[in-house]
Design a protein around this ligand. Structure first.
Ligand code: NDP
Ligand code: OXD
Length: 314
């Protein structure tokens, strides 16, 4: 039985070496050049590999997404009907909360305005609201959203979250489902997206959503922060909203198409902070340990952590 590494855009050989270090006696194969007989493959570790790589393996038992998100997998036809496990890792979670806290703080502490003043050699103090007066609203209160909410709460922000099911998180207001979406938006100055990309969340943050955000907040206009997936926002609507004042500012780590095209009008938006999908890289050694431990446990007792529900899409 063999284990397949199928990654696109990453260094395959380094991933093979990582798995070899953990399983020296196993047959580790790699796509595209060393798959061998697909019938030998039982487990796959994948990131953005084409659909047929998995569907060609008739004896697959288990698929690991090498990221927290699984939209790269679930969008594929012919996905083998086997358990899919995604990455949940404290280091990745901490990195995401860092990036979210950094962006909220940059907007809260008026960094874009001070950077513009610095370029113009202007010494002017701006009025600074307290963190407790800024209402942050997080779309998605899963592993990443709940941690970011907790970090922001500890920084003193007024935090709420929106998810499919109601949550009980100390000091965080929980809104759930379509029925409570508008109330959540109406109390939000800074909207943070940490939703997975699914059929239901695709294109969710469009102009109509941005227009429902609070406009009476201490920053003088709403801010949108996206580190979930770019497919959950409508980029043309964001650009228009940044240009016409519907949005005061944005921080974007993810985009409808990545890499972001050099022609994208977003590059020219001075009120947008852009990063190239780096909010929370996974530490490959930690991820490899996590996967190796799951394989050993699966073989011992058939159990797995962090299984994806393909019907739900996350
Ligand atoms: P989880 O599965 O733990 O959490 C997902 C959350 O979204 C849950 O709270 C879930 O609700 C909620 N949700 C899903 N669908 C809906 C819906 N239709 N309406 C309302 N709420 C919904 O995921 P993670 O927190 O681990 O990760 C979130 C995403 O972050 C990933 O899918 C990935 O896209 C992105 N990501 C981005 C990275 C980057 O570097 N930019 C790095 C890592 C991840 P409920 O709790 O009720 O089920
Ligand atoms: C992930 C990502 O899903 O890096 O892990 O986007």
């Amino acid at each position: 039985m063999a284990l397949l590494i199928a990654v696109k855009g990453w260094d395959t050989q380094t991933w093979v070496a990582r798995l070899k270090a953990r399983f020296p006696d196993r047959d580790i194969r790699s796509w595209p050049n060393a798959v061998g007989n697909p019938a030998d493959i039982r487990y796959a570790l994948t990131w953005k590999a084409p659909a047929r790589v998995l569907s060609d393996c008739p004896n697959m038992e288990l698929v690991f997404s090498l990221g927290a998100g699984v939209d790269h997998l679930l969008g594929q036809d012919d996905l083998p009907k086997v358990p899919i496990v995604r990455v949940v890792d404290p280091d990745l979670t901490a990195r995401m909360s860092e990036w979210i806290a950094l962006q909220v703080l940059l907007h809260h502490r008026q960094h874009l305005a001070y950077a513009a003043q610095q370029r113009e050699r202007v010494w002017r103090e701006l009025e600074q609201p307290s963190a407790g007066d800024l209402r942050v609203g997080i779309l998605g209160l899963g592993v990443l959203g709940a941690d970011a909410a907790d970090v922001l709460k500890r920084l003193g922000f007024n935090v709420a979250g929106w998810s499919r099911s109601k949550k009980t998180l100390e000091g965080i207001d929980s809104f759930a489902g379509d029925a409570e979406f508008d109330a959540f938006l109406a109390r939000t100055d800074v909207l943070v997206n940490l939703l997975p990309l699914t059929a239901e969340t695709r294109g969710l943050v469009d102009r109509s959503v941005l227009e429902k955000l609070a406009r009476d907040g201490v920053l003088g206009g709403p801010v949108f922060i996206n580190a979930g997936r770019g497919g959950s926002h409508v980029e043309a609507d964001l650009v228009a909203a940044l240009n016409d004042g519907t949005l005061k500012a944005a921080s974007l780590d993810v985009f409808e198409t990545e890499p972001l095209s050099p022609d994208s009008p977003l590059w020219a938006c001075e009120n947008a902070i852009l990063t190239p999908h780096v909010a929370a890289d996974s530490d490959p050694e930690a991820i490899s340990d996590y996967i190796a431990a799951q394989i050993l446990r699966f073989e011992a007792d058939g159990t797995l952590d962090n299984r994806v529900d393909p019907a739900r899409g996350y």
